[in-house]
Write a protein that binds this ligand. Sequence first.
Ligand code: SF4
Length: 369
Amino acid sequence: MAYYLEERPGGPALAPRRPTINELFLSTYQTGAYAGCEIGCHYCDGWSFNTRPFNEVVRAFVDLPERFAEHIKTLPEGELIAFNLADPYQPAERTYRLTRQMLQACHLAQRPVLIQTKSHAVLEDLTLLQRMNEDNLAIVMFSILTVDPLLSEKLESKAPPPSIRLEALNTLRRAGIPTAVSLIPVIPYLTDTDRQLPVTLEAIAAVEPQWVCWEYLWQPNERHRLRMAELLNRLGNYPAAYYRELYGTEMQPGAEYRREMNREIMGRCEQFGLRVRAPLELYKQHLSPTNTAALLLKHQAFEDHVKGRELLAGRHTHLADAVFKGEIDEAALAVSPLWPALREILSLTASHSRLDDMLQRLQQSGPQE
Ligand code: SF4
């Protein structure tokens, strides 16, 4: 068991609004009441930034729920808060119930939330989550990398086994809670293989989450690289140069690898009937119009990117970031294939559209010589 340190750091309860909307977690803010994580997955980047093993000492910010409850009253409506810093349902939650108190505050203030966890302990808040979801939006996202119990044991020995997570997801879905699965991180050489990936996605599809998303293993510094190299050596016949070639000096695997894997995972998701990225119908009633439009644009940009439409992907990303900041350029939005949906979401009437004005003027001026 980890050693728990109770702290009262004071100060702002939330970091500033993100500069761009997070397309995986639908969020503009992220929070967490614990620093350090007793689950201590071997690949977690939390190891990279701590001098002490970050699974042995967990700091519990016991004054956070109160400060958080005050802070979120000041946020504009339609901003989703993600509970995804450390694991909000790691064992310390059983002692302190800080995540629960913060969720209760979100319920009172009518804030949409997304919880990312590896623990079925989230079921202990099922009734609260149901109430929250009746009034607003409360999504539970399980992080699942593999359903192979042996591999899971080697990578994340203190996390509940994947079968328990899938069962918990099924229970939440049947209770009416929107659910999702994040394959975060996809670990090259270990969870991205032809043997692993289809089995993982098939098992996920069987419990019918509303969507899936993924990200690749991030290696933020040399310490993390060494840690991963040790892990890979322990796990099998690993060619030592593989990661060096894949990552070079970057924190994430090279663009070529990501492009190919994105295409492969997307194809396999289609095969198993898994939706990639959150459906618009789920969040559009609960997020502000600009956040909704920004997400829709970002999700489209991802699809464009995977399908090789790089120019369109770049345009959609740029538009998403502008809309998120409240900069609405109707003429630029109107050339997107998403224009009918964007016009409705942002309540842009045809008579106010610069593009429509332009088309009208062209029609009125008649045929050109
Ligand atoms: S559960 Fe999440 S935060 Fe905790 S160690 Fe694992 S990856 Fe890191």
